[in-house]
Design a protein around this ligand. Structure first.
Ligand SMILES: Cc1cc2nc3c(=O)[nH]c(=O)nc-3n(C[C@H](O)[C@H](O)[C@H](O)COP(=O)(O)OP(=O)(O)OC[C@H]3O[C@@H](n4cnc5c(N)ncnc54)[C@H](O)[C@@H]3O)c2cc1C
Ligand code: FES
Length: 276
């Protein structure tokens, strides 16, 4: 069996989240493969455009919604620009799922604080929907999400839906200067919003995804609030090629982010060389 052979996926829906970020909803061309396929939140895949290459994205949809997978991406280079050219009905490739996952079974019966920055809400969204689809199994759900500007907020329809749910506390923010006259959320950087929201660390876990600078300052903000390193989880996005521990592209010291990660607790991160 060729480990690098992708599954064929049909693009069923395209959603423009922001001027430069797009979500694709994909379904397996083969119903056999679709039946066999499963994944866990936090896992990623290698998505390909034939003739252009492959690139790595998290699976942004929830494993509880089995009919499709979704990815959200920013067009930054060769493959992502080729992906922007695709239309509904086109076929692309997907191999995966790869990597480890957020330990949500361990989080059952606990409060969860989801913290996302920019397009970093994509992996968090997978866990949020997974948890909301099994809402009775978890205690308080808090979502803190920030983007550079109102224009850069992704998943606006879902943010609207979460803001109206009585069993979810949502705090949205944009960076100073990114607000519009009618912006009703907060203004400030994500770590400051976390400190201000002050979610209780008692019986709680935090899941944090976003740009490295956001993660760097959010973990200490959570530690100030009493979260222990083993109560905080994040996901790393080191450049990858094979996704399966063979090419040595993604490692931090002896740790292969594609196989040992991409999900790490803040306790795991303390043990890594500090160059991630
Ligand atoms: C586990 C994992 C999950 C990811 N999930 C997502 C996601 O859900 N959505 C999304 O938009 N992106 C995600 N990324 C980043 C994504 O893989 C890259 O942006 C993408 O591969 C770029 O492909 P390209 O061929 O278009 O760009 P390239 O032509 O390869 O690169 C364009 C530019 O982007 C930079 N770049 C490429 N990869 C990375 C990276 N991993 N980190 C920082 N800079 C990079 C390059 O240095 C270059 O400047 C993820 C990465 C990993 C490792
Ligand atoms: S991406 Fe090849 S070893 Fe991790």
């Amino acid at each position: 069996m060729n480990l690098y052979a992708p599954h064929l996926m049909r693009i069923d829906e395209i959603i423009d989240e922001t001027p430069d970020t797009r979500t694709l909803r994909l379904s397996f061309k083969s119903s056999e493969v679709a039946k066999e396929f499963s994944f866990l939140t936090g896992q990623f895949g290698e998505y390909s455009v034939f003739g252009a290459g492959e690139c790595t994205f998290c699976i942004a949809s929830a494993p509880t919604r089995k009919e499709y997978i979704e990815c959200s991406f920013k067009a930054v280079g060769k493959v992502t620009k080729a992906m922007r050219e695709l239309n509904v009905g086109d076929i692309m490739g997907f191999r995966g799922p790869y990597g480890n996952n957020f330990p949500i079974e361990q989080m059952r019966g606990k409060n969860i604080v989801f913290i996302g920055g920019g397009i970093g809400l994509a992996p968090v969204r997978s866990v949020i929907w997974n948890v909301l689809d099994r809402r009775d199994e978890f205690k308080d759900i808090t979502i803190i999400y920030g983007a550079r500007s109102v224009n850069d907020l992704v998943y606006k329809r879902e943010l609207q839906e979460w803001s109206q749910r009585r069993d979810v506390t949502l705090r949205q923010a944009v960076d100073p200067g990114g607000e519009t006259p009618d912006w009703q959320g907060e203004v400030g950087f994500v770590p400051n919003i976390v400190s201000k929201a002050a979610p209780s660390a008692n019986d709680s876990y935090a899941i944090v995804c976003g740009p490295p600078i956001m993660i760097k300052f959010t973990i200490p903000a959570l530690r100030e609030l009493g979260f222990a390193p083993e109560q905080i989880y994040t996901t790393l996005e080191n450049r990858m090629k094979c996704g399966i521990g063979k090419c040595g592209r993604c490692n931090i010291g002896p740790v292969y982010v594609c196989k040992d990660g991409p999900v790490f607790s803040a306790k795991d991160l303390e043990k890594l060389p500090q160059d991630f």
